[in-house]
Design a protein around this ligand. Structure first.
Ligand SMILES: [Ca+2]
Ligand SMILES: [Ca+2]
Length: 256
């Protein structure tokens, strides 16, 4: 009896600690998964890329086409959600800037419906030979919009026109929080986690790094260096042993 009461109490406590977004995400069943304080959903409606960008992810606040700068998140999204869409491509928040001198692989960037653009992570999970500007019959000779393969879970460039596809949406918590995940560690200069141009920013305290990370669309973690009061924004929290190095006055915080 006592044990049952404890279990009921524990259950009530864990249920109460679920955020509204988590509860909504769970209610969508196999069409959604909650990872790193974001709910990733696949839409049932199929639209053009630009329509999906503009209004495909508006069921909840803080929605956008998914920005997938972490290989771990991409793989969890595949296993938990997109894997069921065999041979289907699903739109994500990735575009290529037009330039007459562009090669197939140049000038891609992560983006959102507000038109904020973010540089790519260097470990982009492109499918073999992608991006390749290789439209299938019926497309108009350009592939400048990003998508993932439902089964492969890898990234492709696809045509922006005449493609009615589902969207992979990402709804973020209104106020994501960051936990220390590696104490007395920083990232190595060669780490693919570092967001170019967002390193060693002068701050006063750890919360100022958190504010910058919340504002910067592709940021999911950061390094705070207590000695120099600087922070470095990171694309991902899932760092490998080769990407982190010891440093006494540094702590890595992640959106877990
Ligand atoms: Ca292209
Ligand atoms: Ca392609």
């Amino acid at each position: 009896m006592k044990l049952a009461l404890i279990l009921v109490t524990l259950y009530a406590a864990s249920a109460a600690s679920k955020t509204e977004l988590q509860t909504w995400c769970s209610s969508l069943g196999s069409m959604a998964t909650y990872i790193s304080q974001s709910c990733f959903t696949v839409t049932s409606k199929t639209q053009s890329y630009l329509a999906n960008m503009a209004n495909g992810c508006t069921e909840k606040p803080f929605g956008r086409l998914a920005i997938l700068s972490s290989a771990t998140i991409l793989e969890r999204v595949r296993l938990n959600v997109t894997n069921q869409f065999t041979a289907t491509k699903i739109h994500i928040g990735l575009r290529q800037k037009y330039s007459s001198s562009n090669g197939a692989k140049d000038n891609f960037y992560w983006t959102d419906a507000q038109g904020n653009n973010y540089g790519l992570n260097s470990d982009m999970q492109w499918y073999t030979d992608e991006p390749n500007d290789k439209p299938t019959l019926g497309e108009n000779g350009e592939e400048d919009c990003g998508e993932i393969g439902g089964t492969s879970g890898k990234i492709y460039d696809g045509s922006c026109n005449n493609t009615l596809q589902r969207a992979l949406c990402e709804y973020q918590e209104p106020y994501p929080f960051y936990n220390p995940i590696f104490n007395a560690q920083t990232v190595s200069s060669s780490s693919s986690a570092v967001i170019t141009g967002q390193t060693d920013m002068s701050v006063e305290q750890v919360e100022h790094c958190a504010i910058k990370c919340r504002l910067f669309g592709s940021c999911r973690a950061f390094v705070f260096k207590k000695g120099s009061l600087t922070c470095t924004l990171l694309f991902k929290y899932d760092l490998s042993d080769t990407e982190i190095i010891a440093q006494n006055d540094a702590t890595i915080y992640g959106r877990q």
